[in-house]
Design a protein around this ligand. Structure first.
Ligand SMILES: [Cu+2]
Length: 152
């Protein structure tokens, strides 16, 4: 009987913990880059009640990262060109993202063919209805490898 009471108490503790975590909604997004220098999606949508975004970038190709590397970088659409050009200067070792670039809302590392990488970021960094773009900052890629992220 004592053990049963103890396990009941444990269950209600779990229930309380469950309620706490329910306030946090992690929304998962996936996108794939290819050896043809393409993302498979032109738009990603984050529902307005998501508190965190977990974005996984897959590279479905075979080429190595040094030749056809891809990353996923999120910024306000007007910042795309500046972030991308500074990213070229930042070099491969820095995943082609300028260190401390405040315009970058979130980014993954660079991956090559057959690899995947995930980044998690809070939606507190986003404004509902704002204009956001994601793109690859590997040199020469952002003109083609880009899309729109919508929140709200
Ligand atoms: Cu790329």
């Amino acid at each position: 009987m004592k053990a049963m009471i103890r396990s009941l108490a444990f269950c209600s503790l779990l229930a309380v913990a469950g309620n706490t975590f329910a306030a946090d909604k992690v929304c998962k997004l996936e996108i794939t880059g290819t050896d043809q220098m393409q993302f498979d999606k032109k738009e990603l949508v984050v529902a307005g009640d998501c508190t965190q975004v977990e974005l996984t970038l897959h590279h479905s190709g075979k080429l190595p990262a040094q030749a056809m590397g891809h990353n996923w970088v999120l910024a306000k659409t007007p910042d795309l060109a500046g972030v991308a050009s500074d990213g070229i200067g930042a070099g491969f070792a820095n995943d082609h993202v300028k260190k401390g670039d405040a315009r970058v809302i979130a980014h993954t590392k660079i991956v090559g063919g057959g690899q995947s990488t995930t980044v998690t970021f809070p939606t507190a960094a986003l404004t509902k209805g704002g204009a956001y773009s994601y793109f690859c900052t590997f040199p020469g890629h952002s003109a083609i490898m880009k899309g729109t992220l919508k929140f709200g």
